[in-house]
Design a protein around this ligand. Sequence first.
Ligand SMILES: Cc1cc2nc3c(=O)[nH]c(=O)nc-3n(C[C@H](O)[C@H](O)[C@H](O)COP(=O)(O)OP(=O)(O)OC[C@H]3O[C@@H](n4cnc5c(N)ncnc54)[C@H](O)[C@@H]3O)c2cc1C
Ligand SMILES: NC(=O)c1ccc[n+]([C@@H]2O[C@H](COP(=O)([O-])OP(=O)(O)OC[C@H]3O[C@@H](n4cnc5c(N)ncnc54)[C@H](O)[C@@H]3O)[C@@H](O)[C@H]2O)c1
Length: 485
Amino acid sequence: MLTLRVRETMSEFDYDLIIIGAGVGGHGAALHAVKCGLKTAIIEAKDMGGTCVNRGCIPSKALLAASGRVRELADSDHLKSLGIAIGGVNFDRPTIADHANNLVSKIRGDLTNSLKRLKVDTIHGWGKIAGPQKVSVIGDSGEKIYTAKDIMLCPGSVPFVPPGIEIDHKTVFTSDEAVRLETLPKWIAIIGSGYIGLEFSDIYTALGCEVTMIEALDSLMPGFDPEISKIAERVLIKPRDIETYVGVLAKSIKPGNPVAIELVDAKSKEAIEILEVDACLVATGRIPATKNLGLEFVGVELDKRGFIAVNDKMQVIQSGEPVPHLWAVGDATGKMMLAHAASGQGVIAIENICNRPKTIDYRSIPAAAFTHPEISYVGLTEPQAEALAQQEGYKVASVKTYFKGNSKALAEGETEGIAKVVYRQDTGELLGVHIIGIHASDLIQEAANAIAERQSVHELAFRIHTHPTLSEVLDEAYKRAEVAA
Ligand SMILES: Cc1cc2nc3c(=O)[nH]c(=O)nc-3n(C[C@H](O)[C@H](O)[C@H](O)COP(=O)(O)OP(=O)(O)OC[C@H]3O[C@@H](n4cnc5c(N)ncnc54)[C@H](O)[C@@H]3O)c2cc1C
Ligand SMILES: NC(=O)c1ccc[n+]([C@@H]2O[C@H](COP(=O)([O-])OP(=O)(O)OC[C@H]3O[C@@H](n4cnc5c(N)ncnc54)[C@H](O)[C@@H]3O)[C@@H](O)[C@H]2O)c1
């Protein structure tokens, strides 16, 4: 059946599927498309692997790994409590930067080869829709038109720089430059306390920089469950060389030596002060890279914020209706700006293209900040769960367990942190799990799997966990919830 279908489309179109953008969204979709027997091409204008591989997850995690070791080895009290004494720790900034750059090259090479091996055609150039089932690519040798039964848009996102902020890429820069770690400024301001602000404050402070963090909203790390944000502030901010401003807007930033940052009250817009620092990282969110995609040739308009509207099957939507043979995944859809969400959406789109209807379940997609210790979550925060419960007419409960009560955490001497489980009081259904503590990014997966299955704490409390492991922090939480429910 499948072979016949592919042969039919091959006679009619150049490809079964053309993907625009070879980030993790496009790459994940391409791998799955080949498994489904689709003749596939992927178009990339810049670097294979997109943001995650070249300017995002990969280099930032390499920097966090190296700077995390420095932090650990510099913590003489912690080492002493384990009976270890070392004579100080030295590091070499360029070698740490090389570690990140080399990892980027390796992973970009692996990703490119994986597409070659699977006979996915890689086309370099700017891809855009030229009409229904038609794509134009402008590359070094001019414009070429290709036809495809289905087209998938995966153009990703770029850093958002608020008006008034001038970027010179040297003294005032975004994560695109920060991941290269070309300097270690003595004093750096970080605008925004989201994922990037938090991860880079971890890197910079471990490597001896003084940080000033400026957040426009009323609390730091506003995206996390409020209880987790509070603990994160106590563990990741207060004990470190980090000064914070909340409810404060960076109204203008002028690059130079020093960098001048005009701070105003976020609500009243009253002037606060001019801050002078050595450098500034602007980490104020990301915007979709959706300009010049030729959407007008198929009558599609972007939403108000510039995202491509999609349904849960990843079909592009116009006026509430799916546009035939047009799909979009990844950051450009504005759902969850995470690498695994992008590739997960890609897989869902391919399943639907192959007539195996599937929808994406955002509730069960986990997220993590790779700080020391880490933060992770899946599902709803407690305030989100409360709001939903009020609409749907049930009550929400939550329980907490502490890393300081866990044998493995005690053995490691890493006892900061909690796991918080949010669930429906009537059925025990797990609604959200939030963790801050050592290896939180790995611990969250079992909760994500449980939420995907809409499991209840009544079932989860009977799952046997290995002893002694950090996973018992969650085991204990499920057991407490089962008793309380
Ligand atoms: C500093 C940083 C750290 C991050 N860390 C993590 C992390 O630890 N975990 C995590 O899950 N996520 C992380 N993210 C987020 C993650 O990188 C993104 O969610 C992910 O890269 C989105 O993938 P995508 O395929 O949608 O888009 P992108 O990765 O942005 O890829 C889009 C690609 O499309 C190309 N393109 C765009 N338009 C066209 C066109 N018209 N023609 C041809 N090519 C085009 C672009 O050049 C680009 O290569 C991080 C992001 C940053 C910035
Ligand atoms: N570990 C991870 O998974 C990871 C790591 C890094 C980035 N990312 C992804 O990249 C995206 C971008 O990260 P981010 O940290 O830039 O965005 P973010 O949306 O997480 O945080 C941006 C913060 O900046 C604040 N802000 C905006 N304008 C401001 C101003 N003028 N002055 C002061 N504060 C201001 C916002 O209130 C917000 O708290 C995230 O959405 C995330 O999905 C993920």
